[in-house]
Ligand binder design. Structure first.
Ligand code: URA
Length: 222
């Protein structure tokens, strides 16, 4: 096991922020050997002070689910419930997410891993700030390295725009298969948004069908 200092160094997280892209960029071509293990990553997130959110969070929320999952679901950031319980998507939005997954015969923890762009809760559920997103990025890259998912489902405008490095509206990002770190990525609405905009549930269902079809082409035996 690496020391915590070595883990932060490996991730490129230090007192002075140094962004270092993970070798996972070549993941589609050749499987990469993860630089860190889950224990090291969890410890680093728990003790991270790379951005100001560590001052107000209760705990870092790494993610939950099957660490060998084909499906990686990426949301925005922990909310109040997630901050308290240490697990992503445990509130009302989480219940809807579970129902969305069930609609395509998936369930939390079984071939599905759920994470957020940010591992710490922004106070008052404000939008994450660019320096916070940048500071947290190595953790998501390390998770992708470890999980090696076949498909990513990005939940909501914030996750989609940040992962795809674009300011295109979510309505234009939906309905296509993108790539993040070489992994096919489908965009859909955030469940918290869908709770307030029931009419868009039909569109979310189309997105889930696209994701399922895409997955089927990647894993013909599934
Ligand atoms: N919203 C998110 O984006 N992530 C969570 O974990 C909970 C709510």
């Amino acid at each position: 096991m690496l020391s915590r200092a070595d883990v932060f160094d490996e991730l490129g997280i230090g007192p002075v922020w140094r962004l270092r892209e993970a070798p996972v960029a070549q993941a589609a071509a050749a499987p990469v050997r993860p630089r860190l293990n889950w224990e090291e990553l969890a410890d680093a997130v728990a003790h991270c002070t790379a951005c100001k959110l560590h001052l107000t969070r209760t705990q870092g929320v790494l993610g939950v689910g099957d660490r060998n999952a084909d499906w990686l679901i990426i949301g925005e950031a922990p909310g109040a419930d997630e901050d308290r319980l240490g697990e992503p998507f445990v509130g009302q939005a989480g219940k809807l997410l579970d129902a969305m997954l069930a609609a395509i015969s998936l369930q939390r923890g079984d071939n599905v891993y759920i994470a957020n762009l940010l591992k710490s809760r922004p106070p008052g559920n404000r939008n994450p700030e660019p320096d916070e997103v940048a500071a947290c990025r190595p953790y998501l890259l390390a998770q992708i390295e470890l999980i090696q998912p076949k498909l990513i489902l990005a939940l909501g405008r914030f996750a989609a725009q940040n992962l795809l490095d674009t300011d295109e509206a979510i309505g234009r990002l939906r309905g296509r298969v993108h790539r993040f770190q070489g992994v096919p990525l489908v965009v859909t609405y955030h469940p918290a948004y869908l709770l307030r905009n029931l009419a868009d549930k039909a569109r979310a269902w189309e997105d889930l069908c696209l994701a399922r079809r895409t997955y089927a082409t990647l894993t013909p035996d599934s």
